[in-house]
Structures are given as structure tokens and as C-alpha cells.
Ligand binder design. Structure first.
Ligand code: ASP
Length: 415
């Protein structure tokens, strides 16, 4: 029997193949409908299971991670290294996007009139920068039960950090609670191990639908832009991030790819860093040798605020829209795109097409019409695949880099 890792890989290939073949059947063919319906069911069960485990997992892994880092006076170092890494890699991704977009000028030869209908019927939700900040900050601290119930990772994360620090501040007094958290986390990881057995089927189902439901004519008309975004995102994921990994840890890119494959394919198929998080955590700990205290801290945080793929996309797409409209963005305006895309990608939750919502802010910051989102939305399900995989890859590389630079390397019980 092939390993699970390999099964997932094979299943992803079969999923794409079946999806592609279904494209040849007429829309109303019974076989096509049947396969799509079955795929919807299996995909929904798989994503449902991942979501079921997600919030308890984020909570316990952050509590246990922060408590053991705090107990060994490493929290500050890890915190600072993590944030520096997140900022630096997102900045690199956007720089890459801006350079590529300036060189290739995507959208320059196309006419905006092609999209006039879509734009006229689309009403973009406007959000100004101050509103965005207010929204972001007020989302950080919430009633934990509300946050748990709504699956609001960022506020669950904040609450868990407080609990982790308080557990250590209380010393021996809260030993039982800490132990309870460690055992709970162990249990959840065991359940993830079971869910993983459904991963090949779940991923296959998601990919069948993804491929079968693409509007080929639309894809062809936007082909240049799509190829450019894919190429640049893949370059960041295949060259820049592995380069950083190698420079800091001397780990080979192939070793990394083998160890993180399950997480990357899941991110690709679900288009959600959050849904992939249980698998990302598992890959980091079991395949890449990241300690629980580091993985438990860096990965959940990364899944919500560190999105290299999204940052890259938002910067490139803003220039694409500018080209379509026929305006040349000045250097200062491009700097504004850079800054807003940085904030917008951090503010985007790890769910499908979240980047599209925060993208509006980037467009508005340089006076581009928010309605232009209507042009990008129909191809977003496709672009979101690679973007999300690179988002998750950035988090995984981050956990290895932070472990190398900020962890004292010692073994502690349960961490
Ligand atoms: N789908 C992406 C993620 O979950 C977010 C985005 O839309 O860019 O990481």
C-alpha cells in the first residue's frame, strides 16, 4: 500500500483528470451531474471534518506552545523573529509582483469595455483604511465563546496567548490545566491522523469540481494574466522561499517539499489556509521536525496573518487593473499599493477568496474603481489554489526558520 503522502498526490492528479474529462460532457449529462454531486458531498465532509477540529486545535496548540515558550523565556524572541519573518517574506513577494507587473504589463493590450457589463452589475463593498483598521482591531479581542462559535481564529489566538502566559505566571498552581491542555492537544492530533485517511478522497473530490466548473472561454481571454500570476507565485514558492529556508537552516528544498506535500496539496484543493491548518501542523511536527511549541505558535498565527501568495496577488492585480483602465501608476502610487497590499493580506482571513474582499482596499488606495473586482472574481477560484498553497508554504518555512533562529533547541516535556 502506498504511503498516505503518495496517495494524496496520486488522488490530486486523478481529481484533475476526472474534472477535465467531465468538461467534455454536456452540462446536463446524468453522469456529469452524478459525479459532481458525489464530489460535492465528499468535499463537504472533508472540509467539515477539518473545520470541526480547527478551533479546538488552534486553541490548545497556542496555549501549550506559548506556555512552554514563556516558561523558558523564549516568547519574546520567537514573537519578534516570527513577525520579522512574516513582514520580510510578504515584502519580498510584493516586490516580486511589482517588478514582474512593471516588466510584463499584464492587461495593457486589453480593453476595459470587455468587462463593462460585469462591472456595471457589481457593487463592491467599500472599506476605507481607517474602517479596515477599526474592523481589524475590534476583531482581535472578543468574547472567547463567540469567537469559538464563529470560528474566528484571530481572536481565539489572542485569548489562547493570554491563557498560555497566565498558566506560566501561576506556576505550579495551574499545572493540572496545563496538563489537560497537553493531553487535549495530543488527542486532537490523533483525530487528525484519522481524518487524514479521508484526505485523498476529499482532495480528489474538491479538485474534480474545481476543474470541471471552470469557464474555459473566460480563462482563455484572461490567459496572459493568469499565467503571469501563476508563474510569479510559483517562483516565490519554488525559489524565494526555499532559498530563505536553505540560507537559514541548510535544509534542502526537496526534503522540505516531501515533508510538506500533504499540507500544500490540501491548501491548493481547499483554497483555505485555515482549513489546511490541522494538516499543516501535522506535517510540521511529524515530517519536518518542528517542535510543538514553535509549530503551535507560528503556524496558526501564520495561517491568519502571513500570506505571501495573497500579498503578491493583490499587488500584481492592482497593476493589472490600472493597465486595463489605461492609467500608469507612479512610483509613489506603487509604494501605496505595496503598503496597502501588505496590510490587506494580513487582514484577510484564511478562507477562500478572502483576498478579494481586502483587494478593494488596495484598489481604492490608489483611486482605481473598486468595481474592477468584478473582472477578477470569476477567475479567483482558480488563482486562489496556488496562492493559498504558497501562503501555507510561507508559514511552514517560517516555522523552520523561527525554530532555527529563536528556539534554544532543548527538549521540554509536552512541547
Ligand atoms: N484563500 C487564501 C488563504 O486561505 C486567502 C486569499 O484569498 O488570498 O490563504
Amino acid at each position: 500500500m502506498p504511503s498516505l503522502n503518495r496517495l494524496i498526490f496520486i488522488a490530486a492528479g486523478i481529481g484533475v483528470l476526472i474534472g477535465w474529462l467531465l468538461g467534455f460532457l454536456p452540462q446536463e449529462a446524468g453522469l456529469r451531474e452524478g459525479v459532481l454531486y458525489g464530489s460535492t458531498l465528499v468535499g463537504a465532509v472533508f472540509i467539515g471534518l477539518l473545520k470541526m477540529i480547527l478551533i479546538p486545535l488552534v486553541f490548545t496548540s497556542i496555549v501549550v506552545g506559548v506556555a512552554s515558550l514563556q516558561a523558558h523565556h523564549q516568547v519574546h524572541r520567537v514573537w519578534i523573529t516570527t513577525l520579522l519573518y512574516f513582514t520580510l517574506t510578504s515584502a519580498l513577494a510584493m516586490l516580486l509582483a511589482l517588478v514582474v507587473a512593471n516588466v510584463f504589463k499584464p492587461g495593457a493590450g486589453m480593453s476595459l469595455m470587455m468587462f463593462a457589463d460585469a462591472m456595471a452589475s457589481f457593487e463592491a463593498r467599500q472599506m476605507t483604511m481607517p474602517e479596515f483598521f477599526q474592523h481589524f482591531l475590534s476583531g482581535l479581542f472578543k468574547n472567547p465563546f463567540e469567537a469559538f462559535a464563529n470560528g474566528d481564529i484571530l481572536s481565539v489566538l489572542m485569548f489562547a496567548i493570554f491563557i498560555g502566559i497566565a498558566l506560566v505566571a501561576g506556576g505550579q498552581r495551574y499545572q493540572t490545566v496545563l496538563q489537560l491542555m497537553q493531553e487535549l492537544l495530543d488527542m486532537l492530533l490523533r483525530i487528525i491522523g484519522w481524518i487524514m485517511w479521508l484526505a485523498p478522497l476529499g482532495i480528489m473530490a474538491l479538485l474534480i469540481r474545481l476543474v470541471a466548473e471552470q469557464d474555459v472561454a473566460l480563462l482563455v481571454s484572461m490567459l496572459g494574466f493568469i499565467v503571469l500570476i501563476f508563474g510569479t507565485t510559483v517562483f516565490h514558492g519554488a525559489v524565494v522561499l526555499p532559498g530563505i529556508l536553505y540560507a537559514v537552516t541548510r535544509k534542502s528544498p526537496l526534503w522540505f517539499l516531501r515533508g510538506s506535500r500533504e499540507a500544500l496539496i490540501t491548501a491548493f484543493a481547499t483554497s483555505s489556509s485555515s482549513a489546511a491548518l490541522p494538516i499543516t501542523l501535522r506535517c510540521a511536527q511529524e515530517n519536518l521536525g518542528v517542535k510543538r511549541r514553535i509549530a503551535g505558535f507560528v503556524l496558526p498565527l501564520g495561517a491568519t496573518v502571513n500570506m505571501d501568495g495573497t500579498a503578491l496577488y493583490e499587488a500584481a492585480a492592482a497593476l493589472f487593473v490600472a493597465n486595463l483602465i489605461g492609467v500608469e501608476l507612479t512610483l509613489v502610487q506603487q509604494l501605496v499599493v505595496f503598503m496597502t497590499a501588505m496590510i490587506a493580506s494580513s487582514g484577510a482571513p484564511g478562507i477562500p477568496s478572502a483576498g478579494m474582499v481586502t483587494m478593494v482596499m488596495v484598489l481604492q488606495a490608489v483611486g482605481l474603481p473598486a468595481e474592477a473586482i468584478a473582472i477578477l472574481l470569476p477567475i479567483d477560484r482558480l488563482l486562489d489554489t496556488v496562492r493559498t498553497a504558497v501562503n501555507v508554504e510561507g508559514d511552514l518555512v517560517g516555522s523552520l526558520v523561527v525554530q532555527q533562529l529563536a528556539d534554544d533547541g532543548a527538549e521540554y516535556q509536552g512541547a
